[in-house]
Ligand binder design. Structure first.
Ligand SMILES: [Fe+2]
Length: 435
C-alpha cells in the first residue's frame, strides 16, 4: 500500500500542477437583469445568429419567452433547441450540433441547470470537430488536441488557424445555483446505454457566465437545498484537497462564506434578489475552485450511490459529506477550522479541533433543516426494498467509489477499499438502525 500511496501522490502532484497553470478565458457578468446584456456582448463580436439551448420546462416559462423577445428586439436571430434533458444526453448533443450547423449560428446561449450547460459545452466541442462523433470526444483534452501537451501548444500558438477547430462562443446562464457547470471545463453526458461520458477540455469552458438572480426566482425549495449543498461540497472538497492553490482556496473560502450567509434566506424565499445573486456567485466560485483543485471521496461515493439508485446528486453529496469529513479526522482540522471561521459558525475561544467539529455540525444542521437526511434515507429504503443484498450493495458502491477516486483525486488522506466499505456501512447502517 505504501508504494501505491507514493505513486498516487506523485500522479496527483503532476496533474494538479498542470491544472493550476492552465488559464481560462471565462468572463463573469453578475447582476440582476444581466441576461438582457447578452445581445450587446455578442454584437461587439459581430455575432448575430445564436442557438439558444434550454430544457423543456424552462421554455414554457413566461420569463424565457420575455428573454427571447428581448434578444430578437436587439437584433439577435435565435434558433431554440429545447429538448435537453439529463436522460437524452449524447443524442441531444448530436442534434444540437446538427441544428447549429444547419442554421449557421455563431454562438450558443445555454439557459438552464447543469445538464443543459454541460450539453451546450459538449456541443461546442463537437462543432469544432464536425467529422467526429460526440462519443469520441470523451476523455481528457480531446477537443482541441489529443494530449495535455497538445493543448498547451494550442494555448501558445493560434492552433485553430492550422487545425480549423474553432469553438463557438458559449454563454452559460445558470437557472440553479450549485452545479458550477458555468465555471468548469468538463461536460458529463449520458450515453444511450445509460453510462456517463465525460468530455474534459479547457477549451470547452463557457466564454461568459451570466449570473442573473432573475433566473433562479422560481427555483423550488428542494432544488435550492440540493444545489446549494452541492456547491458547499464542491467548495469544501476543493479547499481540503492537497495541491490546492492559493487562488482555489480563496475561491472556495469565499464560496463557503456566501453560502453560509445566504442559503437559508434563499430556501425560505426571504431577502429579495440579493441572496439569490450571492448563491449564484458562490456556485461559480466553488465550480472554479474544484475545477483546479478537484473534488474527492464525497463525490466519488455519491456518484456510486446516486448512479446505482438514481438519486439526485445534491441530496446524496450533502448526506455523505459529514461522514467523509469525520473519516479524514484530525489531518483536516486546520482547514476545516478555517472554513468554520468563513461560515461564521466558530467562536474565538474554540480550539482548532473544536472549530473543525463545529463546521461538520453545521453541515449536519443544514441537512436536518432542509430535510435532506429524511429524503435520502427514504429514497434509499425504497430502492433497497427491491430485494437487494446489503453486503453486495456496499461492496459495489465502495468498489465504484475507489475506482473513480484513486489515484485521480488529491484527497487529504487516501482511503482503501475496506475503509470505504466500512464508511458506506456506517452511512447505510444508520438508516437500518433508524428503521
Ligand atoms: Fe457536485
Amino acid at each position: 500500500m505504501i508504494f501505491k500511496k507514493i505513486f498516487y501522490r506523485l500522479y496527483q502532484g503532476v496533474l494538479l500542477n498542470i491544472m493550476q497553470a492552465i488559464k481560462y478565458n471565462s468572463k463573469v457578468i453578475s447582476k440582476k437583469g444581466a441576461v438582457y446584456y447578452i445581445p450587446a456582448i455578442l454584437k461587439k463580436q459581430h455575432i448575430t445568429r445564436v442557438l439558444v439551448v434550454t430544457g423543456p420546462h424552462i421554455v414554457k416559462s413566461g420569463l424565457f419567452q420575455k428573454i427571447l423577445c428581448a434578444f430578437k428586439d436587439q437584433g439577435l436571430s435565435c434558433r431554440v433547441f429545447n429538448k435537453v434533458s439529463p436522460e437524452t444526453g449524447i443524442k441531444s448533443v448530436e442534434d444540437m450540433r446538427r441544428i447549429y450547423m444547419e442554421s449557421r449560428c455563431n454562438a450558443i446561449i445555454a439557459i438552464g441547470g447543469g445538464s443543459v450547460i454541460d450539453c451546450a459545452k459538449a456541443a461546442a466541442g463537437g462543432i469544432a470537430n464536425p467529422g467526429r462523433s460526440i462519443r469520441s470526444l470523451s476523455g481528457y483534452q480531446k477537443v482541441k488536441g489529443n494530449s495535455l501537451l497538445g493543448n498547451f501548444i494550442w494555448k501558445i500558438f493560434p492552433w485553430e488557424i492550422f487545425s480549423g477547430r474553432k469553438l463557438p462562443v458559449t454563454v452559460a446562464v445558470p437557472t440553479t445555483a450549485g452545479t458550477g457547470a458555468e465555471a468548469t471545463a468538463c461536460a458529463v453526458i449520458k450515453d444511450v446505454d445509460g453510462s456517463k461520458k465525460i468530455i474534459a477540455d479547457t477549451c470547452i469552458a463557457p466564454r461568459y457566465a451570466v449570473l442573473d438572480p432573475l433566473m433562479t426566482q422560481d427555483l423550488p425549495k428542494v432544488m435550492v437545498a440540493y444545489t446549494g449543498m452541492d456547491a458547499l461540497t464542491h467548495a469544501t472538497e476543493a479547499y481540503i484537497n492537497r495541491y490546492s492553490s492559493k487562488n482555489s482556496r480563496k475561491d472556495a473560502k469565499m464560496a463557503v462564506r456566501l453560502i453560509a450567509s445566504n442559503i437559508t434566506s434563499v430556501y425560505y424565499g426571504m431577502g429579495g434578489t440579493s441572496p439569490r445573486k450571492n448563491m449564484l456567485e458562490a456556485s461559480y466560485l466553488a465550480g472554479r475552485a474544484f475545477m483546479r483543485a478537484s473534488v474527492g471521496y464525497v463525490h466519488a461515493i455519491s456518484h456510486a450511490i446516486g448512479g446505482r439508485y438514481n438519486l439526485p446528486h445534491g441530496m446524496v453529496v450533502a448526506a455523505v459529506l459529514p461522514y467523509v469529513l469525520e473519516w479524514y479526522g484530525s489531518c483536516i482540522d486546520k482547514k476545516l477550522a478555517s472554513l468554520s471561521d468563513a461560515a461564521g459558525v466558530s467562536a474565538k475561544y474554540m480550539s482548532v479541533p473544536e472549530k473543525a467539529q463545529a463546521y461538520i455540525n453545521y453541515i449536519k444542521m443544514l441537512n436536518h433543516r432542509f430535510g435532506i437526511n429524511t429524503n435520502f434515507y427514504n429514497a434509499l429504503i425504497k430502492e433497497m426494498k427491491k430485494g437487494s443484498n446489503l453486503e453486495k450493495e456496499v461492496k459495489n458502491i465502495a468498489k465504484c467509489a475507489i475506482i473513480e477516486s484513486n489515484p485521480h483525486y488529491p484527497v487529504p488522506k487516501i482511503m482503501s477499499l475496506p475503509e470505504c466499505e466500512k464508511l458506506v456501512y456506517r452511512l447505510i447502517g444508520n438508516y437500518i438502525m433508524i428503521n
